[in-house]
Ligand binder design. Structure first.
Ligand code: ATP
Length: 317
């Protein structure tokens, strides 16, 4: 890819896109794809990359496409985006029906082309492998699923960064993250969303958003105990129901991460995507142990520097 500015402010070749352009035309559009299971640090890495190379981020988490439930779905807060523009993040009206992978393909490709036309690098960040497949594949399935056993021909010039965190560190981190999200107001957010029969009637049509981990688990709780916070001294049953919901959320989050990782491995092995794996295990471990300096050191050493090296090589090609 040709660069027109100095090393600190590289820009990418402008690109014009049309929905009917043939595949060889798409091959000129270069994308950075940051993959990884939930909780591995994709959002952090995408912002870090954007502070070195002018970039804009396109979300590829299928639940974060929708407006609402910002804490429950873990959308990167505005202050952490450090002015990096984000696309398809919380833009879709959740009551307007589920956004299909094929619609995502069209919307994300148009966003990527528009970003590249501004001489910036489109960075696709997200854990929904079905969306990544729909966007990047030269022959996506019209219904959105995909076959893991076959090679996947790419319709863009892609650079893949895979942020991986090994077990049991990832599970421990995910459990901790659920507790942190509850501390940030996840319960209250969900109480407003599905805490009362009226709220449930209102949110009932948000098919896509209602798949978010946290919604079904707490819905059972709210149906029994209502939207108030139980007093553990006096309301033992409500307290037990709450603990049960939190336990299920942790379990389902761990399962999600495991499934996402398996799909990534298959996209690399059977799909033939050339994944550049960076290992954030030590960084996440340091974070769990409450050591911010060690976290930064490990993140820079194991994730950021190797990741930037890969991106630089890709942009210089
Ligand atoms: P699948 O085909 O299994 O749906 P996928 O690649 O399309 O996989 P994933 O991102 O792995 O999509 O999401 C699978 C499920 O995990 C979602 O339907 C939802 O229940 C949950 N999930 C994913 N992302 C989030 C999120 N940000 N917040 C809450 N739940 C999520």
């Amino acid at each position: 890819m040709r660069l027109s500015l100095g090393s600190r402010a590289r820009s990418v070749r402008p690109f014009r896109w049309s929905p009917n352009a043939p595949d060889h035309h798409h091959r000129c559009l270069s994308l950075l794809v940051i993959m990884g299971a939930t909780g591995t640090g994709k959002s952090r890495l995408s912002i870090d990359v954007a502070s070195r190379f002018p970039s804009e981020v396109i979300n590829a988490d299928k639940i974060q496409l929708y407006r609402g439930l910002d804490i429950t779905t873990n959308k990167i807060p505005l202050r952490d985006r450090r002015s990096v523009p984000h696309h398809l993040l919380g833009d879709a009206d959740p009551s307007a029906g589920e956004l299909s992978p094929i619609s995502f393909r069209r919307l994300a490709a148009a966003s990527a082309a528009s970003i590249a036309s501004r001489r910036r690098l489109p960075v696709i960040a997200g854990g929904s492998n079905s969306l990544l497949h729909a966007l990047l594949s030269g022959n996506p399935s019209p219904v959105g699923g995909y076959d893991f056993q076959s090679p996947v021909r790419l319709r863009f010039n892609c650079c893949f960064l895979w942020v991986d965190v090994r077990e049991p560190v990832l599970s421990e981190h995910l459990d901790r993250r659920v507790d942190d999200m509850l501390g940030l107001g996840m319960f209250e957010e969900l109480a407003g969303y599905i805490g009362t029969p009226e709220a449930r009637a209102e949110s009932g049509r948000n098919v896509g958003l209602n798949r978010a981990i946290g919604v079904p688990e707490f819905e059972r709780y709210f149906r029994r105990f209502g939207p108030g916070v139980a007093n553990p001294e006096t309301d033992v049953a409500a307290r037990a129901g709450y603990e049960e919901a939190v336990g299920e959320i942790k379990e389902n989050t761990r399962r999600l991460a495991e499934a996402q990782r398996e799909k990534i491995v298959k996209l690399g092995s059977s799909g033939g995507w050339r994944l550049n794996r960076v290992d954030a295990t030590e960084a996440v471990r340091a974070g769990l142990e409450g050591e911010p300096d060690r976290f930064r050191e490990a993140w820079d050493r194991d994730v950021l520097r190797p990741g930037l090296k890969v991106v630089k090589r890709f942009l210089d090609e």
